[in-house]
Design a protein around this ligand. Sequence first.
Ligand code: NDP
Length: 273
Amino acid sequence: MDRYLVFGHPVRHSKSPFIHTLFARQTQQELEYGLAEPAVDEFAQALRTFFAQGGKGCNVTVPFKEQAFTLVDRLSPRAKRAGAVNTIKLTDDGVLLGDNTDGAGLVADLKSHGVTLGDSRILLLGAGGAARGALAPLLAELPSELVIANRTHAKAQQLAAEFCDLGPVTAQTYEQLAGPFDLVINSTSASLQGELPPLAPALIHTDIAIYDMMYGASDTAFISWAKQHGARQTMDGLGMLVEQAAEAFTVWRGIRPGTKQVLRELKRNLGVI
Ligand code: NDP
């Protein structure tokens, strides 16, 4: 049977085996999908061993995405732009192809919630790996403006400079931000510690869409905060997780699974519904 897995550290909490098993059942593909948690300095060897032993493809998550970027034979254009790899496929001619499906997953999830990206003013909080992966797919939707704000301003400036050939992207400090924005995407890891990015409450209004890439059984700190300040449309990153997985599955198997039912199952599994 064709073997796939996700590499990460820690990875025991990963929902990817659950999601890909449901995709395989739904599309009647014969495959198994597992977990691998190599020590941080043993990822390269573990990856080589997996493919030498017949593995067909894998996902890569924290903290290995940047290292995976350097270990594959070939990169997709979107992985090259993102500077990170979250999906690897062994092609029929034996080449390890590195791809990045995170940004496509984010955009697909935003669209599935009916969020308009074209001609909109987007604020992206954070300038780490997730922000980097999101920038090209977001700019491809032709927003009127995309502003990046990050705690370490120099990193936001660096990202804006790298992506300004793709569209109207600028960097501003949190203090400089002036609304109104149509959409705020929180790609910081602040919610992981229950913390908030230092965003002025005045930037939140009733017609704004709020997206937190984090997810959990209850509202993230950022989503709770945005609701308190009047935001009516809030979304967490669970849909992005399922959509990026669907994109990876399509890369591997050449068939696109449906995501709605799988997202519902995942929410039930997490106790969200
Ligand atoms: P990184 O570590 O690469 O980047 C973290 C970013 O968060 C940096 O910009 C950092 O700022 C900022 N940050 C951290 N703490 C705070 C804080 N207290 N206040 C303000 N800013 C803060 O992480 P990733 O980009 O890889 O991931 C970010 C988030 O996205 C994580 O929560 C991750 O779980 C989520 N994610 C979700 C996915 C999904 O499918 N739903 C996919 C990928 C990621 P600074 O530069 O100043 O350190």
